[in-house]
Design a protein around this ligand. Structure first.
Ligand code: A2H
Length: 252
């Protein structure tokens, strides 16, 4: 990694009903996803968790909110003013990603009223919060993982997911990228003939193609910054999400 800390925008994805393992928690619960691309939040179709990673639900100083992240991220956040006592995390529950799959959420800016938590096997334990928001229009990893679930009924069944949680969620055009079109991740997936989320090398190529061009040449197709360049709106969008308390900032 580069020098200095990485700044992430934490997108607060609200659990609509505290059910199952979350039912003992009376406060509002949010899964917090770390993203570098807040301007892509218009295109969210789901949330990714790794089924085998451990997450914790912990008490924040943000109103009465309980957040879900890896223990590692919660510990880092306890030194960034997110807990009552610096360096101390008040843990309410330990969960696996599996425990939370199929949870309905609401998330900022997306056109979908409800999105679901789905499994992604390439999530790293030691990056961000371990919670990833999915934008299959602009992220080849997200597109590949979503197509895997849409193509394979057995894969959905393995994780106890219903068709309604997966099939209606097609990538939404949100950014026009010159020469790559308005669904750059799908374009790259097809160009490099990617077969699944496990096609690591091809996904690296797809990501190289999409990310630089998407960020530097992309133009917003939706929202209040429609017609503007992605790189010019990123900060403004982040600020809006912070003001409306739908996001926070996290460094690591
Ligand atoms: B980004 P960097 Cl549309 N494991 O958000 C794997 N991937 C993770 C992660 C983890 N623990 N935590 C965050 N990420 C993803 C949106 C997006 C992202 C788009 C395009 C590019 C992009 C929607 N997913 O990232 O290693 C998150 O996906 C380009 C790298 O810290 C986060 O931003 O650079 C990004 O990787 C952080 O990766």
């Amino acid at each position: 990694e580069g020098v200095g800390p990485q700044e992430y925008t934490l997108i607060k994805m609200k659990v609509l009903e505290n059910k199952g393992k979350l039912s003992s928690i009376k406060a509002p619960v949010y899964l917090v996803a770390a993203t570098l691309r807040p301007e892509t939040m218009y295109g969210q179709t789901n949330c990714w968790l790794h089924p085998d990673i451990k997450y914790i639900a912990w008490k924040t100083t943000r109103n009465d909110e309980v957040w879900v992240s890896t223990r590692r991220a919660a510990r880092n956040m306890s030194y960034q003013g997110f807990t009552a006592v610096e360096g101390k995390v008040e843990e309410l529950l330990e969960l696996t990603g599996q425990d939370l799959l199929g949870t309905p959420l609401s998330s900022p800016l997306t056109s979908h009223k409800v999105i679901y938590t789905l499994p992604m096997l390439s999530i790293k334990e030691d990056k961000g919060t371990g919670v990833v928001t999915s934008v299959p229009s602009d992220s080849p990893d997200d597109y590949a993982a979503l197509v895997d679930l849409q193509k394979k009924e057995a894969f959905r069944q393995k994780y106890g997911l219903t068709d309604e949680m997966v099939l209606p969620y097609e990538p939404t055009p949100i950014i026009e990228v010159p020469t790559l079109g308005n669904l750059c991740a799908k374009f790259a997936y097809e160009k490099f003939k990617i077969q699944s989320q496990n096609d690591k090398d091809k996904l690296v190529e797809a990501k190289e193609l999409c990310y630089l061009k998407g960020f530097y040449d992309g133009v917003m197709l939706v929202g209040e910054f429609k017609g503007k360049k992605v790189q010019d709106v990123k900060k403004d969008l982040q600020k809006q999400l912070l003001n409306s308390k739908e996001a926070d900032i996290y460094y690591e």
